[in-house]
Design a protein around this ligand. Sequence first.
Ligand SMILES: [Zn+2]
Length: 286
Amino acid sequence: MRLLTMKIGTYELHAIETGRFALDGGAMFGVVPRTLWEKSNPPDEKNRIAMAARALLLVGENRRILIDVGNGSKYDEKFTSIYKFDTSRFSLIPSLMRLNLSPDDITDVILTHLHFDHAGGSTYRVNRELRLTFPKARYYVQREHWLAANSPTERDRASFFPDDFVPLQRHGVLQLTDGEQEILPGISVRVLNGHTTALQCPVISDGTTTLFYCADLVPTASHVAVPWIMAYDLRPLVTLGEKRRILNQAVDEQWVLFFEHDPEIEAARLNRGNKGFVLDAHVKVG
Ligand SMILES: [Zn+2]
């Protein structure tokens, strides 16, 4: 299986597949008609497209850092069938174990935001008790996002499950971050407000090589087309401006873009084509 592995500065980076799921294709592509997106992202009989939940592990600086943790396992049968959760091929802990790491080895978890498909793996349930998946880690969340997630609107509350994140505060492992800053050595974040309030996207750079963890700014490779914006986004026109700005910088500085949700393409560099951004060199899931 070919999974992204690369070095940036003192860090070794590994793509971590946490499992697969599916979301409504219409919601994933907003105003883009199905006749256009169904070619690149074929829907199933319920109009759902295949989604990865791909975390990134960084090893270095005496730390083992995870960026996002996937859906987790706290779902009943109904929810599992709605979202087609599937850990038969990939899941979080076995993916770490393949790299000889156990949950206790993880020192830091940067959560881009608290939607369940990014933060669900932070906790798990034993009988009725919620436990931390990575009990020795600190968890980094933007303060403004934390506040928004704890009092969501009627439009986005279906994406937030308090069981994924309230225990972080209760166990004293939550580290709230304020704005764009270097969170850990060599890892800074961009803070974006189109998808949700204060989405933090990590940028890992050693001055020569830069990787941008797109999270839900560009969830799949298909979303490099600037107007292909999810209907889930709270502020789509803000997303539009953020995408244009960041993808232009990504081309100019030859960043590697890491796609959390693309079922086939883990990471890619971009170029400008006749009709907008196009993928250049990319890494596919084997
Ligand atoms: Zn999201």
